[in-house]
Design a protein around this ligand. Structure first.
Ligand code: ADP
Ligand code: MG
Length: 347
């Protein structure tokens, strides 16, 4: 049994006139640009392997041209991989016939694009209920559902407007609502916030995080922005020239970048944004902490980010929090000076 929601095994995508033949005779020591020079073919995705757990947000991060969009389009077969397996719920998407594929795309997956991809001649409500309409749901029902998700993305009152009457951020809320309307198991985001101003962008990130807390979908989120990646991702895959350089939690990647390419992204990340309480806590437990824990005050989970701890320790009159696991076991205590140190140190 395969416990993961999406698994890619040895996925390749080569663009050009004879990709299968190129792959068969490929000298794997050649770089992507050498292959392109010698054969005129582009290796967009090179032997990619990963697994995505149900309910997690999996970020694919890398510079422009690194193969992110191509890779993620292979999951829904918007792009046909040259070779490889794409397993969704134990079923190989590559082996699906066209009606199975259509069914999967209509019922189980939704996509949100960088440039919103809204229908300009449809009102907001009719944009949102588009996926339900092509499924054949009657108008009354689909409008009800569309109003529900409209509210979820904070656009109450805008249902009768046209996309052009909305700001960029609001248009992307419509894009998000349209994707959520069909209640898919998998949501795919291709740089959804890259076209937005920084403030709006941050607002949308926070909003998506809070929506994800509620809906707990399996999300695949592409970005070229590392700070966005560590904010959004449970796991991050970092791509370079079609290959995955590293996969890990934000904390793992920032703590142990595998090479210079990854290190360059991590260098400007403040440590407190990725370090969790469990990593910085003191493991010896003092009697006063023990007492605090028993009285059930000031307890935090070990996966809370140091960034979110700062507020809790700022007031020197309140006792310092103790740290426990999800299952409720007391693990350690938080010291004000450790938090401070983790905020100023970079390694
Ligand atoms: P990213 O999304 O990371 O910016 P892409 O997946 O769009 O990267 O592109 C990866 C590489 O594949 C790039 O070099 C791009 O030029 C190339 N590529 C993408 N689509 C095609 C295509 N249809 N034909 C030829 N080359 C393509
Ligand atoms: Mg792209």
């Amino acid at each position: 049994m395969n416990a993961s929601k999406i698994t890619c095994k040895n996925v390749w995508k080569i663009f050009g006139s004879n990709p299968k033949n190129i792959l068969k005779n490929l000298d794997r020591s050649l770089s992507r640009s050498e292959v392109q020079e010698q054969t005129g073919h582009v290796i967009a995705v090179k032997d990619v392997n990963f697994s995505i757990e149900k309910g997690e947000t999996f970020v694919v991060m890398g510079l422009s041209g690194s193969g992110k969009s191509t890779l993620v389009r292979c999951i829904s077969r918007l792009i046909e991989p040259t070779t490889g397996e794409v397993i969704v719920d134990n079923e190989d998407v590559i082996k699906m016939n066209s009606s199975e594929l259509l069914h999967m795309r209509r019922h189980r997956m939704s996509m949100v694009f960088q440039h919103f991809g809204l229908f300009p001649h449809r009102k907001v409500l009719d944009n949102i209920n588009y996926g339900l309409e092509i499924r054949g749901m009657d108008r009354k029902k689909r409008n009800e559902r569309a109003m529900e998700v409209l509210s979820l993305v904070g656009l109450d009152g805008w249902e009768d407007n046209y996309p052009r009457e909305l700001s960029g951020g609001m248009q992307q809320r419509v894009g998000l609502a349209r994707a959520l309307a069909v209640d898919p198991e998998i949501l795919i985001f291709d740089e959804p916030f890259s076209a937005l101003d920084p403030l709006i962008r941050r607002e949308m990130q926070d909003e998506l995080l809070s929506i994800q807390k509620m809906v707990q979908k399996t999300m695949v989120f592409i970005t070229h922005d590392f700070l966005e990646a560590i904010k959004m991702g449970d796991h991050i895959a970092i791509m370079k020239d079609g290959e995955i350089s590293q996969i890990g939690t934000p904390e793992e990647i920032v703590a142990n970048p595998v090479d210079q390419y990854v290190r360059d992204f991590t260098e400007d990340v403040p440590r407190y944004k990725v370090l969790s309480a469990g990593k910085i806590m003191r493991k010896e437990i003092s009697p006063s902490t023990e007492k605090l824990f028993k009285s059930k005050t000031n307890i935090i989970l070990d996966n809370v980010k140091v960034d979110d701890l700062i507020e809790k320790i700022a007031d020197s009159d309140t006792p310092l929090p103790c740290c426990c696991s999800k299952s409720g076991k007391l693990l350690g205590e938080i010291d004000r000076s450790i938090v401070m140190r983790s905020m100023i140190s970079r390694s």
